[in-house]
Write a protein that binds this ligand. Structure first.
Ligand SMILES: [Zn+2]
Length: 449
């Protein structure tokens, strides 16, 4: 079509003479008219509104949304006439959430949305947003899947949350993130899965820059061994100190933050000393490590959903679960930190040392599920969990100017719950409304098919 238009314009220019004026006229006649689409207006009536988790809630308030941004937050339930500027009231959608708790969209600081097939990725993206997460930080996925998925969601082509993607997680050869481990005979993993493998300072710098070249918003490193693998390499540091420093420096020079998978206590400290921005999981965090995190301003993303989910898969496997090996099963059952009574231990260590907690889930669950664990097992207050899932997470992701509160100019990311999570944190799992980047995906009695 474009070629045809150009060809016609050229032909017209040839007929009219090759003056610039004639060409411009030919263009204006022949080019398709690009009319600006009408603005989309929505007014959300909130019975309880927590526009900013750091401030008192409002009773009976309205959030006015224009296209993909918050236009205003007003006291009381305002009508379309409140918009003014000649906007026709009939064109304004009003969403009634007068008996709901409304707040800024939840942020999940640790997910794996695009790990594996395209279909699974599309399904994960939908589940995340229906679960209330309007922004997620992807902690490692297949680059060929996660980067196009991120961009397609941002263009409104696909249902899902805003994604900050890491691409392939960086790992040592034979490390926790080397998906070739034990798979040489059965099935060689696609090359993309192992493209984050690096050894030695030079290679690690190169692979860090490679993820940035592919489109990484931040860098994910597998600093220590992990629970769900068959590598028998313990649970502690795998990259050398020199490699850790090389990765962090290469990433920071190119304005990318670094998130570090770290389980063992010494591996946590090594990553913190190297300057990573967040410790993921941190199951064996000790007071010395927590003090070091406090001193460096390192965030902790405890992902209590991760051991909860693994333990559930070990004890009560369901059809459709990701498979779990006998070795992993043994490892999990022998690990106090993965037992119900051990889950959340690192949160208490972090809190008593003043470490900032962020909210992330890993492979299963919603931000609401994680907040329930942070409160019930970790000892956080519901108010602190709600601040963490919005304000702290936005700060950790470096996008506080766009998300985390509902204020003029911020992204139109809105969720609502049945019940007040400040009184009962479980209410944050009862998501009844989701708007993400101005797209309404879920409303009472309705969910996008
Ligand atoms: Zn993870």
């Amino acid at each position: 079509m474009k070629h045809k238009t150009i060809a016609l314009a050229v032909a017209a220019a040839a007929l009219l003479g090759a003056s610039g004026v004639a060409l411009a006229q030919a263009d204006s006649v022949l080019a398709p008219k690009s009319e600006k689409p009408a603005d989309r207006w929505t007014i959300i009536h909130a019975g309880t509104l927590m526009a900013d988790a750091g401030k008192p809630v409002m009773r009976n308030a309205s959030v006015i949304v224009k296209n993909d941004k918050v236009e205003a937050v007003r006291d009381g339930f305002v009508g379309p006439d409140a918009i003014g500027n000649g906007v026709a009231p009939a064109g304004v959608a009003v969403v009634e959430l007068r008996d709901k708790f409304v707040m800024a969209g939840l942020i999940d600081a640790h997910v794996h949305v695009g790990f594996g097939s395209w279909i699974a990725a599309l399904q994960n993206a939908r589940e995340k947003v229906f679960g209330g997460a309007t922004t997620v930080r992807d902690a490692g996925s297949t680059p060929e899947v996660i980067f196009p998925l991120r961009d397609a969601i941002n263009r409104g082509l696909v249902v899902g949350p805003r994604i900050l993607a890491s691409g392939s997680p960086l790992t040592t050869t034979g490390g926790h993130g080397d998906f070739r481990n034990g798979n040489f005979q059965a099935s060689l993993a696609p090359p993309a899965f192992s493209s984050g493998v690096c050894d030695g300072v030079g290679e690690c710098e190169k692979v860090t820059r490679r993820q940035i070249q592919l489109g990484a918003d931040q860098i994910k490193i597998i600093d220590t061994a992990g629970v769900v693998d068959d590598s028998y390499t313990g649970l502690d540091q795998q990259f050398t100190d020199a490699e850790l420093h090389a990765i962090v420096d290469a990433a920071h020079l190119m304005k990318r933050k670094v998130m570090a998978h770290a389980i063992g206590a010494e591996g946590v400290k090594a990553a913190v000393r190297a300057g990573v921005d967040s410790i993921e999981h941190g199951n064996y965090l000790d007071d010395e490590g927590a003090k070091l995190m406090k001193a460096h301003g390192t965030y902790l993303v405890p992902t209590l959903e991760a051991p909860t989910d693994v333990l559930r898969r070990v004890r009560n496997p369901r059809p459709g679960d990701r498979p779990i090996s006998d070795n992993t099963r043994r490892k999990v059952l022998g690990m106090p930190e993965a037992q119900p009574e051990g889950i959340g231990r690192q949160v208490k260590v972090a809190l008593r040392n003043g470490v900032t907690i962020a909210v992330g889930t890993d492979f299963g669950g919603t931000p609401g599920d994680e907040m329930v664990l942070l409160v019930r097992n970790g000892g956080m207050t519901p108010a602190a969990a709600l601040r963490a899932v919005t304000l702290t997470n936005a700060e950790l992701l470096g996008i506080s100017d766009k998300v985390g509160t509902l204020a003029p100019g911020k992204s139109a990311d809105v969720v609502a719950f049945d019940g007040n999570p400040l009184d009962e944190i479980e209410a944050s799992t009862r998501v009844v409304y989701v708007m993400s980047q101005g797209h309404q995906f879920k409303a009472p009695g309705y969910q996008l098919p």
